[in-house]
Design a protein around this ligand. Structure first.
Ligand code: PEP
Length: 247
């Protein structure tokens, strides 16, 4: 059975004080449950937040897929591990579109994260243009095929997939639950064809894209939606906690 997961992506938001306050409020009000809760925080807050909670996993929004060296401004997976971080986000559309991370680079990040024993949330998702042309499934499974090309079945236990249609990220436009379910089913079928039914059935597939307290219940009720990757709505404790309790 796939795990239920709700992950917040704080992106480049919050001052240090705001970050600690938000984290503490979520931590204090969150009860232990069947849902895995993660937050991907700005890198400068990783060290101060890690270890503060047994209920919340802290993850890194980004890293550079090389062990060490002359890469000014970058952070390696080994450095993340050295401060207790073993969960990373890879393939977010903002990294792809704003920072030029192409499929090959994303593939190298997946390889590097796995070599360093990390858990990954791997994002995929199509543009509106691609969807309007009817090519969304081909496009998304193509992204996964590239990112996971060197990944064996045994490593899939470290990977969660987040389907995030680009046209729904930060736009207030959510995909309908039917659109989300159709894509999640297509992703699960693709996993089945590559890895077989056990991996397909146990890999969590999250929905991301303007998921909020009002629509989470309907989205999470879809048979192939195992939770959400939440951007804007994860910046408010009350809203984030409502989403976590929406299963
Ligand atoms: C995201 O960036 O991963 C995301 C889902 O953002 P939002 O919820 O704000 O659309």
């Amino acid at each position: 059975m796939s795990k239920r997961i709700v992950a917040g992506n704080w992106k480049m938001n919050l001052t240090a004080e705001e970050a600690v306050n938000l984290f503490k409020e979520i931590e204090e009000r969150l009860s232990f449950s069947e849902v895995d809760v993660k937050v991907f925080v700005p890198s400068i807050y990783l060290q101060s937040l890690t270890g503060l909670s047994e209920k919340i996993t802290i993850g890194a929004q980004n890293f550079y897929p090389v062990s060490k060296g002359a890469f000014t401004g970058e952070i390696s997976p080994i450095q993340l591990r050295s401060i207790g971080i073993n969960t990373v986000l890879i393939g977010h559309s903002e990294r792809r579109d704003l920072f030029g991370e192409n499929d090959d680079f994303i593939q190298s990040k997946v390889k590097s994260a796995l070599e360093n024993g990390m858990d990954i949330i791997l994002c995929c998702g199509e543009s509106l243009e691609t969807r309007d042309a009817g090519n969304e499934v081909k496009f998304v499974t193509g992204q996964l095929s590239s990112a996971l090309s060197i990944v064996e079945s045994a490593s899939m236990k470290n990977i969660t997939i987040a389907y995030e249609p680009i046209w729904a990220i930060g736009t207030g436009k959510t995909s309908s639950s039917q659109q989300a379910e159709d894509m999640h089913l297509a992703i699960r079928n693709w996993l089945d064809s590559k890895y077989g039914p056990t991996v397909a059935g146990s890999t969590s597939i999250l929905y991301g894209g303007s998921c909020n307290a009002a629509n989470a219940k309907e989205l999470f009720a879809c048979p192939n939606v195992d939770g959400g990757l939440i951007g804007g709505a994860s910046l408010d404790a009350e809203t984030f906690l409502t989403i976590i309790s929406s299963f």
